[in-house]
Design a protein around this ligand. Structure first.
Ligand code: CFM
Length: 549
């Protein structure tokens, strides 16, 4: 460790904030200022942050596009749906196998349907843009059907499709009617549609709910039936969570959408509880399933061993069945000793170290659990594209202003299903459960209440601010994605990708926690970083008044 690092000057959060904004033109600084919040524990909540607004042009944002959120994030991990991109080939090529969402072959074995490794595209050319691409789309759907006979084909619009006005929904409906045995539907998820990939989640959720959830009434067996919403099996996280569910005797009908199949979504209306992991990407489906089928939802988190135990206890408490409650306690008791041994091993080397994390719309919150189990403090964190409720909790939902960009995304009207709506518990039973304190329905308190006062919470962090933050606060580790990876490492700070996990994982559940402790211990204690000469170490003038000495 360098001498500079061990005796770093402590800056006040307000000084750091001022420095982040210092180089911006006044108008930009004013806007960004509302997205940088110094956390305080206020009596009724936390300070307000601006989120889910457009990135200012010229800023190098960490965000992705609406198409990425729909085609890649939500629909990407389902193995037996053909995902056909209507657009120029680049949109397909650059979305092809880029997220580490794993899948297993399923009961059919290696010969079962798995279309995830293919890149299906209409490969639009100039003449399609000029004369329209609907015929080409119909031909591509037909070709995919003839080649693979899939149960389902999903069509995704890219930016040019929206601009020329191809009616992908009518084309899809016509092909569905023509085939009779293949569910075809489309997503108007043009990249420009919203301010980030978050809009793509919403568009995807609407269509999954409208076209797939509940279309299969063949009964799914199981004593304690749940669905896990917002878990995408990155690096095998979903495999570890399923291992634990199985051990507890919990039947996970459908994961939305890690390691999933079409049938899982189609039968998900039979679950008795929806457990929501990534609130940002999927809370829409949880709400719609409650209204239509009467399935309550609770927030869970399987990132962190303690959080995993807590989430299992919540699920068990919901079912109010002694057999399950005892089984869950037994599983926790069996799993925790190896977790505790791993913590005891790393703690002397990790305790007191600091972390920063800027990821998507949920991990910047969830991963703080794992770091705190290792005695590490998160000094700054934020989301790329979350909404205010993910920072401040769902209680702020009624006060969120609906702007033109959000109004652009369809809100579907949902009613109780006349035949299949069945409240899983009476209102009184749900209230009684909540009164016991373990379970809270339809609730998420967000990231801010879990962060210490004086920490910096930053929405839609960009490259300039990331570098400035690292220079000023010098964390022991910085977590984000591939776009940030190398610029941060060049500053002499270890960088862990929390989207792809680099090549690691799983990090969820009990076994995942152990993997994570070992990986972070290795990173924050590696000598290699001390050999990196960050520019401000060579020439302190670069950092102005903030000299490390
Ligand atoms: Fe949810 Fe995700 Fe995330 Fe997300 Fe994502 Fe992801 Fe993410 Mo990358 S669904 S919000 S759009 S937890 S791909 S699995 S890691 S940004 S924090």
């Amino acid at each position: 460790m360098t001498a500079a690092k061990s005796s770093k000057a402590r800056l006040e959060p307000a000084e750091v904030k001022a420095e982040l904004l210092a180089k911006y033109p006044p108008k930009v600084a004013r806007k960004r200022s509302k997205q940088i919040m110094i956390n305080e524990a206020l009596e009724n909540g936390t300070p307000e942050i601006t989120a889910n607004v457009r990135t200012i042009p010229g800023i190098i944002t960490m965000r992705g596009c609406t198409y990425a959120g729909c085609k890649g994030v939500i629909m990407g991990p389902t193995r037996d749906i053909v995902n056909l991109v209507h657009g120029p080939i680049g949109c397909s090529f650059y979305a092809w196998l880029t997220r580490r969402n794993q899948t297993d072959p399923g009961p059919e074995g290696p010969d079962g349907e798995n279309f995830m490794t293919y890149a299906f595209s209409t490969d639009m050319q100039d003449q399609d843009i000029i004369f329209g691409g609907e015929k080409k789309l119909a031909a591509a759907i037909q070709e995919a059907y003839d080649l693979f006979h899939p149960k389902s084909i999903a069509v995704f619009a890219t930016c040019p499709v929206g601009l020329i006005g191809d009616d992908i929904h009518t084309v899809s409906r016509n092909m569905k009617e023509k085939f009779g045995d293949c569910n075809v539907y489309a997503f108007s998820c043009e990249g420009y549609k919203g301010v980030s990939q978050s809009a793509g989640h919403h568009i995807a959720n609407n269509q999954v709910f409208r076209h797939i959830v509940g279309v299969d009434d063949r009964p799914v067996e199981g004593k304690y039936k749940i669905s896990l919403l917002g878990e995408y099996n990155i690096g095998g996280d979903g495999f570890e969570i399923d291992r634990i569910f199985k051990k507890c005797g919990i039947t996970n009908i459908a994961t939305f959408s890690g390691n999933s199949t079409y049938k899982q979504f189609a039968t998900a209306h039979q679950a008795d509880l929806n457990a929501v992991m990534c609130h940002r990407s999927i809370n829409y489906v949880a709400d719609m399933m409650e209204t239509k089928f009467g399935i309550p939802w609770i927030k869970v988190n399987f990132i962190g061993a303690k959080a995993t135990a807590k989430s299992l206890r919540k699920i068990a408490a919901y079912f109010e069945d002694k057999e399950l409650i005892d089984r869950v306690e037994q599983v926790i008791a069996e799993e925790m000793p190896s977790v505790e041994a791993a913590v005891a091993d790393v703690l002397p080397r990790t305790e007191g170290k600091t972390a920063m994390m800027f990821v998507g719309g949920s991990r910047a919150h969830h991963y703080q659990e794992l770091f705190s189990e290792m005695g590490m403090k998160t000094i700054s964190a934020g989301y790329e594209f979350a909404h205010r409720d993910d920072y401040e909790g769902r209680r702020v939902l009624p006060t969120i202003e609906v702007d033109a960009d959000s109004r652009n995304i369809e809100e579907i009207e949902v009613e109780a299903d006349p035949a299949r709506f069945k409240p899983r518990k009476s209102a009184a039973a749900m209230q009684a459960l909540e009164a016991q304190g373990t379970v809270k329905f339809k609730d998420y308190e967000g990231l801010a209440p879990d962060m210490a006062a004086g920490t910096l919470i930053i929405d839609d962090l960009n490259q300039h601010e990331a570098e400035t933050l690292v220079k000023l606060m010098k964390p022991d580790i910085f977590c984000a994605g591939i776009k940030e990876k190398f610029s941060i490492q060049k500053l002499g700070v270890p960088m862990k990708q929390l989207h792809s996990y680099d090549s690691g994982g799983p990090y969820a559940g009990f076994k995942g926690a152990v993997n994570f402790y070992q990986e972070i211990d290795r990173l924050v204690n590696s000598k290699v970083w001390s050999y990196m000469k960050a520019p401000w170490q060579e020439n302190p003038q670069l950092s102005g008044a903030y000299v490390w000495e």
